[in-house]
Design a protein around this ligand. Sequence first.
Ligand code: PLP
Length: 375
Amino acid sequence: MIYLDNAATTEPCRESAESCAEFFTRFGNPSSLHALGVDAANAVSAARKSVAASLKAEENEIYFTSCATESNNTAIFGAARKFGKRKRTIVTSAVEHPSVSEPLKELEKQGFNVIRIMPRDGVFYAEDFAAAVDDDTFLVTCMFCNNELGTLLPVEQIFKAVKRKNKQLLTHCDIVQGYMKFPIKVKTLGADMVSVSAHKVHAFKGIGALYINKSVHIPSLVYGGGQERGFRSGTESVPLIAAFGAAVDKLSPTIAERAEKTAAVAGYLKAEIARLPDSRVNSPENGSPYIVSFSLKGLRSEILLHFLEKRGIYVSSGSACSKGKKSSVLTAFGVPDEYADSTLRVSLSAENTKAEIDELLSALKDAQKELLKSN
Ligand code: PLP
């Protein structure tokens, strides 16, 4: 198997799998006062320390959630509930993941005003976000790395520029596709809230986290037993949290080295794709090396995806989250219609090799020969 769909999910690393297995048997409830409970609470607290350190945040600024989708929803609906009676405007990018764009559509139905900033020739400018902000703006939410193309948004500049215009607004960043791939410090980023997901960083599905700056208070969406310092009730999933911490501990020291290795593989892939007839590399030159989007004109994404699957090569058509729907993100980034339907997303991990890319390229050449002929 050649797995090239790491932006959809990653293979859990040995350390996270071992940690998870360990806490399936050490099964205490972190809220219990006896030794089993204390053991579980210690595991949660060690993982919180790891996630906090990875973002250069404090432990009391990290809240575990069930996934980044929940983190994004909590940040957005929480901000709307906090400010909604006085202010109505949210500024965002036009290329957010559905876990941000859908909550915003829901808020629009409730009468909020959502301003979506478009890229200009594929590039986002901080001044465009600042120009959209006024006194009525209470939230600016902008992703770090786009999940379909790997485009990096200038979040630090955007948050600086919008706060200069309106000090009171909150900033939120979905860093899911950048976490553990770039050295991200929440304070340098200027983010009041940040969402991350464990299964994108070689841990498991069903666990994520939301960073909230300790000076910021937003209302909780989940009421109950008061776990996560009263912010996110519900008994903690200790095995998944411990595994998340183990993966973060493993990946944190190797961010630069993995990025360099991946950039070499991505660079090779992009150069070779560009040599194929009727091809288009959609990802920008200066984007994340972990995501390479390209199109082969005349070959529908899904057909090509299944052709590759038969050879044991797993990729995604555009984005796993768009599930066959035409991607508004590709349109926003200016991918022409005749290429948009033929888009594949290859998303790498540092484990992928040039030899695997050679197999992909040879399969793509065969697909162009076999499938275009039969069209
Ligand atoms: N944000 C981005 C940019 C993503 O790529 C994804 C998953 O594809 C998510 C959020 C959602 O993450 P989760 O699966 O943890 O809900």
